[in-house]
Structure formats: structure tokens, C-alpha cells
Design a protein around this ligand. Sequence first.
Ligand code: FMN
Length: 244
Amino acid sequence: MSTVNSVIETILAHRSIRRYKRHKIPEEHVDAIERAAQRAPTDATLHLWTAIRVDDNEKRSIIAQEIGQPHVAEASLFYIYTADLYRLYRILEHSKIEHAEDDYALILFAAIDAAIAAENMALAAESLGYGTCFIGAVQNSAATIINLLNLPPKTYPLFGLTIGLPAENPRLRPRLPREMMIHVDEYKDCNPEDLEKAKETMKGISRRRSWIDIIARYAARGGYFDARSREMKKLLGKQGFTGV
Ligand SMILES: Cc1cc2nc3c(=O)[nH]c(=O)nc-3n(C[C@H](O)[C@H](O)[C@H](O)COP(=O)(O)O)c2cc1C
């Protein structure tokens, strides 16, 4: 495979890193990766996200323990990305303008804005030689995080991002075949052979479990995401979001 330039090389070399060396990231690198996040595109200039860098060791270890992910405590940097309509509505109110009635679409777009910013941050960090890992498991501890980080109404923790010097060198992990993920001109449904090919491609994802076992734990009836949806709707309501 020919790599076209160093940006694409960085992107194509991505692996999630879950073991980190003890190391303090120089200020200029922290500055660069935070600026990379800030520079991300944002829908209608709404800036629908806030990232909270958790430097406090105690807060970090509470989160790491609660979600059972030691890399959250061990990484040099840990950010929690939140959906944030609070600041937007404050700006509108400050300008004597009533804010939207229904938050539903804004929450979706906040998740998009936040994900783009975080990926910019992750790629900037990876281009500097650091490893990164997104942490969706913050969902399992969202209520604690809301308290711990003093999140105001109309904000919600979406996911975390760990960054640090890698202390492991995992292989590239598989992805579904490109033709299943990028279609041309119209949606192309999968046939049974495509689905078998998908399973075959993904079978090397883990030595301990099959890919189907992995996705079923999350997306089967009664799996993590059924539980997350229930908890998320409850907490979004508690945080004052409408339309959920
Ligand atoms: C939104 C999101 C949430 C994730 N949550 C976690 C997590 O909570 N813990 C973790 O160790 N990895 C997490 N990951 C990393 C994925 O497990 C990883 O990207 C996937 O297994 C593919 O591996 P790779 O990134 O090394 O290619 C998450 C990734 C994304 C994009």
C-alpha cells in the first residue's frame, strides 16, 4: 500500500493504545493537540462541545476504577468530551434571544462536533508519537462524572480520550471490507456472502472472543447499549435536555 504523505501515514498507522509509560507530555505538545481539537469544523459555528482535561489524580482514579479501565488512570492525559448546549444557550440568553425548544437534533450534532474535535486531537497526538484510546465506557459512569466534573445543565459526558507514550505495540486491527462501508451512488445492501466475508475479516480482532461475541455483548437485545440507552435518556432528562 503506498502512503501519500505523513498525515495519511499517521491515520493508517492508528491502533488504540491501552498501556502507557509514565511520562509528562511537554507543554508545547499539549498546546498543539488542544489547538488541533479547537480547530475542528463545527456545525453552524455552534461549538457544541467542551472537553475537560482531568489532571486531578483522584478524580482520574475514581473514573478509572468505576469503569474498570486502568489506562484512564495511567495515561499522561485524559480528556472527557461533553455535549455542551449550556454555553451556546448562555450566549443566546446573554444576547436576549430565546434558545431552541427541542434539544434533540442539537444533541446529535453535539456528538458529531465532539467526535470530530476529539479525532483531530487524537491524530495530532499520534502524529507526535503518542498513543490514544477513545473511552466510550465513560457512559457506564456518566452520573459520577457529571458530579465529579461539576457539569452544568444541558451538558453531558459523551466519551473520553486517553493520550500517552505507548508501552505496547499492538498490531493493526481489522476493519470491515471497504466496499461494505463506502458505497457508490446508492446504498448497497449486504448479501449472506458479504456477511460471511465480514465475519471472516473481523475474526482476528481478539484472541479471546469471536467478533460476533464482542458485538453481541454491546448490541444484542439486553446488551450494553440497551442499558446505556435507558441510563442515557434518564440522565439527559436530569441534565435538563428536552426532546429525549
Ligand atoms: C467511540 C469509541 C469508544 C470506545 N470506547 C473504548 C473504551 O471504553 N475502552 C477501550 O479500551 N477502547 C475503546 N474504544 C477503542 C475501540 O475498542 C477500538 O477503536 C477498536 O477496537 C478498534 O481497534 P483500533 O482502534 O486499535 O483499530 C473506543 C473507540 C471509539 C471510537
